[in-house]
Design a protein around this ligand. Sequence first.
Ligand SMILES: Cc1ncc(COP(=O)(O)O)c(C=O)c1O
Length: 399
Amino acid sequence: MSIISNNLKKIKPSPTIAVTQKARELKAAGKDVIGLGAGEPDFDTPENIKEAAIKAIKDGDTKYTAVDGTPALKKAIVDKFKRENNLDYDLDQITVGAGGKHVIYNAMMATLNEGDEVIVPAPYWVSYPDMVLLAGGTPIILECNEKQGFKVSPSELEKVITPKTKWIILNSPSNPTGACYSESDIRELSKVLTKHSHVYILSDDIYEHVIYEGFKFFTIAQINELKDRVLTMNGVSKAYSMTGWRIGYAAGPKEIVKAIAKIQSQSTTNPSSISQAAAVEALNGKQDFIKERAKSFQERRDFVVKALNEIDGIECLNPDGAFYVFPSCKGLIGKKDLNGNVLNNDSDFVKFLLENSGVAVVQGSAFGLEGFFRISYATSMENLKKALEKISSFCKSLS
Ligand SMILES: Cc1ncc(COP(=O)(O)O)c(C=O)c1O
């Protein structure tokens, strides 16, 4: 009999964290490695936010708080939704967890029964299907190819909804593709979703502030007919460069929010009191640096997309947001590297790129779409220039 639970056997460790770890190990062994695998901004947490955390420590804000977040943080979140999304919520419609990932996990644990289906559009963030599986649900993968901009088409959505569908997970801007749903994209999907009143929508808005060129962010809870069935997840990790602080939150139906708090009360209790104080400052304090940072991400995107499209065998769309691109490497499959290794698929491409050229990226199949790879350009322009030169030489060396 195995000590490990059967439930755990259904899932795999996060492949994106695995790539970052592999790159770290190669670096520690003295290899020249550029990691383009990490999903976090390379900018530092702003000073005013750090100061708020130091003040919280000095003021003795170091004890348990309400399980699902301090009143001050919930109020800051209510204000954020009003200010940025024109959405009205009461305090008891807000829950705070140890990162957006934790909030989504809790939401799945709180709502899924064995056999419940969750529609997960692919390419997807690596954790969605595994969280659904852990909670006893069945992920229904809905493939969205590059011709549709990696976005869900309303007619295809209609086809995969069944009486067992409990959730659809939408993520815009998207990890791993950077694809963004415009207001009209969302209105089209909403026409389908309003017809199926048993389906709830989990909107993962974590990259809301990483958007470019006047793209106007719109979130599905802004559709009045659907708002009662939408759980909107967001957090401070990406917008405020606070990945290590572990604060994420959600707003939505009271019943779900209460159920999430129940799980949290028997598992993690509250997220760190100090991080919560810092998150209050993040949401209530100055916001001007967010646009400046998005501008510098846009410059990097422009450079990366252009450089990739100059490489024979690689094709890359120009996404509106997040700090990822998801180029196709289909034109290189079947070729051999200088050691005679055949690139049979995207995983081989990624493996041999790392071994030959020291550039770490993640294979598209990890996100549910074969023939692609993900680059995170949340690193310096200097690193990106070096990395793109190496990718280009690697691709040219294939025969
Ligand atoms: C699409 C998406 N959702 C949610 C998260 C969770 O972020 P966090 O747990 O740091 O708030 C991430 C982090 O990489 C992400 O890429």
